[in-house]
Design a protein around this ligand. Structure first.
Ligand code: BGC
Length: 266
């Protein structure tokens, strides 16, 4: 019933959206959870309370994942609290959209720093701890499980979002390289690639009826996703039920990556 009982997990950007839903679901699955946030402590504390209410335990941890010193401190604090780390969910991500010609170096750098470098910095700390501890069969068959929250845009092109698409393409290659390199050490590395999921990042589009209708047209399954569509996939990827899966991206997108394949009658 609680496939992650006795394990510990750190979720970055867990104060809202997909990260919050994943943190709560990992807690409900039995894991002790580090709820990372960048600047909004209160919503992170609310996630901590929800995890406690569901019978597990959690701690809010502030860090800018793009800063090496802050990431190190966050991992030190996490390990001081829970002893070791089994699961890392690299979820923290931002979007700063602009037409290519107007894209500033600042916008480019900010998105690459958080979405790609942040994932690298956190993953490196997680891998260090997995290698230190090794496999402990009572905890899990793997020495560590790392899950990147990527995007359909690691695969489908996205005009007007060159920085974001480049960051997610980078995440894909980083994830696969890590999976290949670390499989002998029993560290599993995978990605979830959400499609259009209702969160703050794309609120401008889905909160406007015309924007929502245009979005739905791109989704063969005909609805915009919810964070609850993503969270159970993360729990499963973190659990031993997926022990033979590494180096894979699971698209959770209502078929968005199938668009614009030809479909008669619609
Ligand atoms: C982006 C969203 C977008 C979705 C589908 C996600 O990666 O962050 O803004 O709605 O992809 O295009």
């Amino acid at each position: 019933m609680r496939p992650l009982e006795g394990q510990t997990a750190l979720v970055t950007g867990a104060n809202s959206g997909i990260g919050a839903a994943i943190a709560i679901a990992l807690g409900a699955a039995g894991a002790k959870v580090g709820v990372n946030y960048h600047s909004h402590r209160e919503p992170a504390e609310e996630v901590v309370r929800q995890i406690a209410a569901a019978g597990s335990t959690a701690v809010a941890l502030q860090a800018d994942v793009s800063r090496e010193d802050q990431v190190r401190k966050m991992f030190e604090a996490f390990l001081a609290e829970y002893g070791t780390l089994d699961i890392l969910v690299n979820n923290a991500g931002i979007q700063k959209d602009a037409a290519f010609i107007d894209l500033t170096l600042k916008q480019w750098q900010a998105v690459i720093d958080v979405n790609l470098t942040g994932g690298f910095l956190c993953a490196r700390e997680a891998v260090k701890e997995s290698l230190r501890r090794g496999v402990v069969p009572e905890r899990s068959r793997a020495a560590g499980k790392i899950i990147f929250i990527s995007s359909v845009h690691e695969r489908i092109l996205w005009a007007g979002h060159a920085n974001y698409a480049a960051s997610k393409g980078g995440v894909m290659v980083l994830m696969k390289t890590m999976a290949q390199e670390l499989a002998p050490q029993k560290i599993r590395v995978n990605s979830i690639a959400p499609g259009a999921i209702k969160t703050a990042i794309n609120k401008e589009v889905w909160s406007d009826p015309q924007g929502a209708a245009a979005m739905c047209k791109l989704i063969p399954y005909g609805r915009i996703g919810e964070t609850s569509d993503i969270a159970p996939v993360a729990v499963w990827l973190a659990s031993d039920n997926s022990d033979y899966i590494t180096g894979t991206t699971i698209f959770v997108d209502g078929g968005m990556i199938l668009y614009p394949g030809f479909r008669e009658g619609g």
